[in-house]
Design a protein around this ligand. Structure first.
Ligand code: AMP
Length: 206
């Protein structure tokens, strides 16, 4: 977990690859639904564009269904879920968590990271115009897809998302601290440095 723009998605993706388990990103699942124009996507879109959270029962349903799939049997990395106390309580009924990692970063740095972020519209790979640019501007190195600025990465939406984070998601820090699961990770540094630290925090997990 961590505020929008902290680098959760990037680190979760790398961790999922290195552990050979799926990355379950509710944000990615919702964006795919919006892109495909499904009933879920039509319902989620207005919340996402405003930087608000999609209602708990919707995201909890998505995650419950996803965790039933066979590729989750060996484990998984949850990315961007849970984001509220009711989501965490629902998750407790269906999953056993090994660790909760909180990535920390100052607010102005969060804004800078989100506003410069570019996402591949085809495969979801994440880039940053300053910190992690693609070989060719606007083109995904991995699949050749076009890179876009997520609608919710516009500055005013980013600030709205930060407010929602502090009001609705930050209470989870205490919640998981009390459960004895929380590990704090300093989000300042290069992607590889942070990944190295993340590995250190997860020692003992196969
Ligand atoms: P993300 O890619 O994780 O930053 O998510 C993008 C947007 O999707 C968020 O700003 C929310 O509108 C929605 N979303 C993603 N995950 C959740 C969640 N666990 N609960 C509610 N809304 C979510």
């Amino acid at each position: 977990m961590g505020a929008p723009g902290v680098g959760k998605g990037t680190q979760a993706r790398m961790l999922a690859q290195s552990h050979q388990v799926p990355q379950i990103s509710t944000g990615d699942i919702l964006r795919a639904a919006v892109r495909d124009g499904t009933p879920l996507g039509r319902r989620a879109r207005e919340y996402m564009d405003a930087g608000r959270l999609v209602p708990d029962e919707v995201v909890v349903g998505i995650v419950e269904e996803r965790l039933k799939e066979g590729d989750c049997r060996r484990g998984y990395i949850l990315d961007g879920f849970p984001r509220t106390i009711p989501q965490a309580q629902a998750l407790k009924g269906v999953a056993r968590l090994d660790r909760v990692v909180l990535i920390d970063l100052p607010v102005e740095e969060l804004v800078r990271r989100s506003v410069g972020r570019r996402t591949c519209s085809t495969c979801g790979q994440i880039y940053h115009v300053e910190f992690d640019p693609p070989g060719e501007e606007g083109v995904c190195d991995k699949c050749g897809g076009s890179l876009i600025l997520r609608r919710d990465d516009k500055e005013e939406t980013v600030r709205a998302r930060l407010k929602v984070y502090s009001e609705e998601t930050e209470p989870l820090v205490d919640y998981y601290q009390k459960e004895g699961l929380l590990k704090r990770l300093d989000g300042v540094g290069s992607i590889d440095e942070i990944f190295g630290r993340l590995h250190g925090l997860l020692e003992g997990l196969s």
